[in-house]
Write a protein that binds this ligand. Structure first.
Ligand code: ADP
Length: 484
């Protein structure tokens, strides 16, 4: 762990192309989840800083950014992507230190951020309007235009990936962005702003205001100058954001997590499924919106799957991010308390297996042993609520109808997967599962920058990632010319 990688001053906001002190001059401690120490001070941005950032973004919409062609915008995004790639090791170390995720997972996130910028750089000039056949004497066409100022409120679990998917798509469409990273992890958001500056992104096109959710976050989501809000985080705050957006009548994209199931049928290739079954639950210590926290297994293979998952759990090693083990700490003492509270609610259940926190893990780190529960009824709190920690439940089912009913039996609908060799079943379930993404004989498809992502129900609405995101981060104008 080293603060030598922080090449910018983390106690500042990035507004209008410059590093500036927060107006109130206040800072917050940024914690290191691996040992509980303070990494550095970050800005405690507030209303006035958000006002400045929104004003800078509005100004940018009247500057060179507005006159730039889509290919020129795309070229800048691609250049940011190249700089992210050039600095991927440094960014990975920053993310690992800040979020507590094992270094190789943080490196994968840095590469994903670069890929998002490449993808959206290439997509910037590919979303076209249409001509519409209409009445005699008319020519009608549509124009895809930016919303204007986009607000991005992101969580601490995958800062780089979520910056890539939301800011990348917003900038590709010509918006100017104000980003409020999470108070628990904001180093790579600041680093990204500096790389964007180095790549020649015009000033004011990307602004970063760190701070508390109830202060800088609320100021941004309620701001009358913000024309679109994208939020990734908890259901409770998602409701607040949607309520605030209703005051200003602006569109929101909400990605609020899930309780995503994997359905394992008797005819599944269990060897192929096993790594996905466990990794999808414990990756990033389970602090993943699309974590698979429910494993539904047909009775014919239930004992085998449970035993083999339990064996894998027994091998899981938990330790500091820089030790690069299977699982890192949780983000904070608060998150650890929440997850331990859930585990305590499973006291009467069969605890099938647990991973191990390594003996030399620092005392101040927020470590929780990954825990696999069996004998869980589908209605149990552990099978219904998002835990956001390394906890999975294994639930038996008899047939396809029961599997579907359990899978769709939560208020969430983000991701689901089906493990079966039967093609017709795969197709039936892909249609019937309530989820924004369905994976057949895999889970997560390797991250999938190109794959539209988002949920239904309490998992939120709107789609990020892939080309689809460009529709959400733009608005459509219809032009009807009567020329006779
Ligand atoms: P978690 O509980 O996982 O930390 P949150 O939903 O609280 O998730 O946080 C996600 C993001 O939302 C963070 O950037 C946080 O600062 C921000 N946030 C929290 N509360 C509010 C709020 N009332 N208004 C706007 N943003 C908020």
């Amino acid at each position: 762990m080293s603060t030598e990688d922080i090449w910018f001053d983390p106690s500042l906001c990035f507004i209008g192309g410059a590093w500036v002190d927060p107006v109130a001059g206040q800072t917050l401690d940024l914690g290191n989840p691996s040992d509980g120490t303070v990494i550095c001070q970050i800005a405690r941005g507030g209303q006035e800083d958000v006002d400045h950032a929104v004003a800078a973004a509005e100004e940018a919409l009247h500057g060179p950014w507005a006159r730039m062609t889509a290919p020129e915008r795309g070229r800048i995004l691609a250049k940011i992507g190249q700089l992210v790639l050039d600095n991927a090791d440094t960014l990975a170390r920053l993310e690992a230190m800040d979020v507590g995720k094992p270094l190789k997972q943080a490196k994968a996130d840095a590469l994903a951020l670069a890929r998002y910028m490449e993808f959206y750089g290439g997509a910037a000039d590919k979303l076209h309007g249409h001509t519409i056949p209409y009445l005699d004497g008319y020519t009608v066409y549509t124009l895809r235009e930016p919303h204007g100022v986009t607000g991005h409120i992101i969580p601490w679990n995958y800062p780089m990936q979520i910056i890539g998917r939301s800011v990348g798509a917003a900038l590709a469409m010509g918006n100017a962005a104000v980003l409020k990273p999470a108070e628990e992890a904001c180093l790579t958001a600041l680093a990204f702003a500096d790389l964007a500056r180095q790549a020649g992104l015009p000033e004011g096109v990307l602004n970063v205001v760190p701070g508390l959710g109830a202060e800088a976050g609320a100021a941004l989501s309620a701001h009358a100058g913000v024309n679109h809000v994208s939020f990734t985080g908890s259901v409770g705050v998602g409701k607040l954001i949607q309520r605030q957006a209703s005051e200003n009548i602006v569109p929101v994209t909400l990605e609020l997590g899930g309780k995503s199931p994997q359905l394992v049928f008797d005819d599944a290739d269990i060897d192929a499924a096993l790594p996905f079954l466990v990794n999808a639950g414990v990756q990033n210590a389970g602090q993943t919106c699309s974590a698979s926290s429910r494993i539904l297994v047909q009775r014919g293979v239930f004992d085998e799957v449970l035993d083999r998952m339990a064996a894998r759990y027994g091998d899981l090693q938990v330790g500091p991010a820089m030790a690069d083990l299977d699982v890192g700490p949780l983000i904070s003492a608060r998150q650890k308390d929440i997850v331990e509270g859930f585990i305590a609610q499973g006291a009467s259940l069969e605890k099938a297996a647990q991973g191990q926190v390594v003996t030399d893990a620092p005392d101040g780190g927020h470590y929780v042993a990954p825990t696999l529960f069996a004998g869980v009824s589908p209605g149990h709190v552990l099978a219904q609520e998002e835990i956001f920690g390394p906890v999975q439940v294994v639930i038996p089912f008899d047939d396809e109808a029961e599997a579907l009913s359990i899978a769709n039996g939560t208020q969430f609908g983000l991701v689901a997967s089906v493990w079966s060799r039967e093609g017709a079943r795969q197709m039936r379930l892909a249609k019937a599962l309530r989820a924004g993404q369905v994976f057949l004989n895999n889970y997560g498809a390797g991250g999938g920058v190109e794959l539209p992502f988002g949920g239904t129900g309490l998992s939120g609405h709107g789609r990020e990632k892939g080309f689809e995101a460009l529709y959400g981060f733009s608005t459509l104008k219809t032009v009807a010319a009567l020329h006779g």
